[in-house]
Design a binder for this molecule. Structure first.
Ligand code: B12
Length: 230
């Protein structure tokens, strides 16, 4: 079978494994993806597993799936992710920073946050992952403790998204120089602007690209302050 066709077949298998909450199939397809030359681990994640979870979201909205199915779909996604993650290519983008990341209080959705975290990991960032359902004060404490370049907040519900505003207000008072990035399904550029965040990205790849830009400008500012630049 031509390699392109085989790629499509494996991506479809990964997607279906998530939709049909089949952990064994997810593991098998992830293994097959690694064995197929030309199919990169990140493609398998973004164009296979994540696409499957997007379809699951649609099935939930259509009331064909309920919370128990979502939980099993998440398990299948994680089963595939565990196999693929160590093979995601390391990226050297010239800038390495540090980031505190977590999903805000009241919100247990962590798949998206973990995928964003993975991108920071492969780019060689130092990542302080606070997990999910993180008390709002904890974000502020950890940022101040680690003095990270970036603070990344994830929220997947309109009800929990508002917690981000509080974190941003609190941290700005204590450390105005930290760059704050927010994301998650209900978040948009407008929300980010309204909350006073420095950035928003719709997905993990853009999150990394924007983070690099922000940290680049942050480092320029630091250099200037230290007199390294004219
Ligand atoms: C899987 C899922 C669950 C699983 C989560 C398992 C887990 N370990 O994460 C479980 C079953 C636990 C769950 C529970 C609930 N869920 Co739910 N869930 C979903 C679902 C179907 C998929 C989310 C997902 O993983 N997507 C795949 C990932 C890869 O995408 P992502 O999360 O969007 O992340 C990407 C971007 O958003 C971005 N990103 C994410 N975070 C960040 C952070 C930064 C800084 C940046 C830059 C970018 C970024 O990059 C990511 C990767 O590319 C969504 C549907 C949807 N449309 O999102 C509903 C959804 C989020 N859930 C919803 C609801 C209502 C619930 C429940 C209240 C249901 C209930 N009746 O109990 C509970 C809430 C529990 C709680 N207190 O948190 C609603 C929220 C509605 C709203 N607007 O408020 C949604 C939108 C479904 C819907 N259409 O109604 N859920």
């Amino acid at each position: 079978m031509a390699s392109e066709e085989r790629q499509k077949e494996i991506l479809e298998k990964l997607k279906q494994a998530v939709i049909q909450y089949d952990e064994d199939q997810a593991k098998e397809a992830a293994q097959e993806a690694l064995e197929l030359e030309g199919l990169k681990a990140n493609d398998a994640i973004f164009n296979g597993l994540v696409v499957g979870m997007q379809e699951v979201g649609r099935l939930f909205e259509a009331q064909e799936y309920f919370v128990p199915e979502l939980l099993m779909c998440a398990d299948a996604l994680y089963a595939g992710l565990e196999i693929l993650k160590p093979h995601v290519e390391e990226l050297d983008l010239g800038v390495k920073g540090s980031v505190v990341i977590g999903t805000v209080e009241g919100d247990v959705h962590d798949i998206g946050k973990n995928i964003v975290k993975m991108m920071f990991d492969v780019a060689g960032f130092t990542v302080y992952d606070l997990g999910r359902d993180v008390p709002l004060d904890k974000f502020v404490e950890e940022q101040l403790r680690t003095d990270s370049d970036l603070l990344c907040l994830s929220a997947m519900m309109t009800t929990t998204m508002t917690g981000m505003q509080k974190v941003i207000d609190d941290i700005r008072k204590k450390n105005p120089k930290v760059k704050i990035m927010i994301g998650g399904a209900p978040v948009s550029k407008d929300v980010a602007q309204k909350y006073g965040a420095d950035g928003y990205a719709a997905d993990a790849t853009n999150a990394l690209a924007d983070a690099i830009k922000m940290i680049g400008s942050l480092k320029d500012l630091k250099d200037e302050a230290e007199g390294k630049k004219k």
